[in-house]
Design a protein. Structure first.
Length: 348
């Protein structure tokens, strides 16, 4: 039997060993029977070798083995389902019985605890009586002391002796009486201070009324003085305005004279510039004619020299650098003339 158990899958074998001794033989018998069958069918299928597509016998054997293995599987499933059904029926019975014992235990506990509580209540009669007397005495003490100290904690007074409680109570009463006396004194002082303040306010009101009248008279004087100041200021302002208009009129007259002089100077300058330009144009015309005469006399072999001359003239445009604006402007004029000359030479 032990030898047959070796063929069981390890996880199945482990569970099988955990069932009760009463079920051990039955479980082993069923498992060995079924798993011996799976082992035999495994060996039979492994021994079937299909050589090629023409090996119909082996293919038919494999199909027959498949069908027989399926039948064996279905038969084994029925056995397992039957065994599980038996176990599940027993589980339902055990579960019902477990619920019975659990409910019985709970009801028993409730009944016995109720009996214990009732007995304890009767056994604690003296304790309850003493506690009630202690509570009544504590409440009485609180009623006496709360009007003198509303924030008193019952723990501070419930365990005091009667003499000690009376001492504490008398101390609070004395303190309360001192507080009342101090409040009365403070109230009397407040009333006296209010009376003095009222007298001071009344005297202050009289003084304010006097100062108000003086201020009104002073304000009236200031208004009169302000009116006079404004009258004099207007006279002075009118005088200054008149002088300003006279100055502006004189300045406008002088500006017109100055503008006329500027216009005359500009006309002279324009005339001179036109004369200089005409002279310059005449000189250029003369130079052009001279160059044309020179060109007419030059042979065709002079073209290279003419190009060198143009290049030399263009080099003169960047050869010199002047610092003063006057010379810079003069140099710009020279460059413009060079551009005109070289342009004319190139057209020729």
């Amino acid at each position: 039997m032990e030898k047959n158990l070796v063929i069981l899958p390890p996880e199945v074998k482990e569970l099988a060993l955990q069932v009760s001794d009463k079920k051990q033989e039955e479980v082993k018998s069923v498992l060995i029977q079924i798993f011996n069958g799976t082992d035999n069918w495994t060996k039979q299928v492994e021994n079937i070798h299909v050589k090629d597509i023409n090996d119909t016998m082996s293919i038919q054997l494999a199909d027959t083995a498949r069908k027989n293995a399926k039948d064996a599987r279905l038969s084994a499933e029925k056995i397992f389902d039957a065994k599980r059904s038996e176990v599940q029926n027993e589980m339902r019975d055990y579960k019902l019985e477990d619920s019975l014992w659990l409910k019985s235990k709970q009801i028993m506990q409730v009944k016995f605890k109720a009996i214990e509580e009732k007995a304890k209540y009767k056994a604690d009669f003296v304790k309850r009586h003493e506690a009630e007397l202690h509570e009544a005495k504590t409440k009485e003490r609180l009623a006496k002391i709360e009007k003198y100290n509303p924030e008193i904690n019952r723990i501070e007074i419930e365990h005091l002796s009667d003499d000690m409680f009376e001492t504490v109570l008398n101390g609070l009463i004395a303190k309360e009486n001192e507080r009342i006396a101090a409040e009365k004194k403070a109230e009397d002082e407040r009333i006296e201070a209010e009376r003095k303040e009222a007298a001071r306010v009344k005297q202050l009101a009289i003084e304010n009324e006097r100062l108000k009248k003086e201020a009104e008279e002073k304000e009236k004087e200031l208004l009169e003085a302000e009116k006079e100041r404004q009258r004099l200021a207007k006279i002075e302002s009118d005088k200054l305005e008149k002088e300003r208009k006279e100055r502006e009129s004189e300045a406008e007259r002088l500006r017109k004279i100055q503008q006329q002089k500027i216009n005359e100077e500009k006309a002279k300058a324009d005339k001179l510039a036109n004369e200089l330009q005409a002279k310059k144009d005449a000189e250029i015309e003369t130079e052009n004619k001279r160059l044309e005469a020179i060109e007419s006399e030059a042979s065709k072999g002079d073209s290279a020299k003419v190009k060198d001359l143009i290049n030399d003239l263009n080099l003169l445009k960047s050869k010199y650098t002047f610092k003063s604006k006057k010379n810079q402007k003069m140099y710009e004029g020279v460059n413009i003339s060079i551009d005109k000359i070289t342009a004319w030479m190139e057209t020729k």
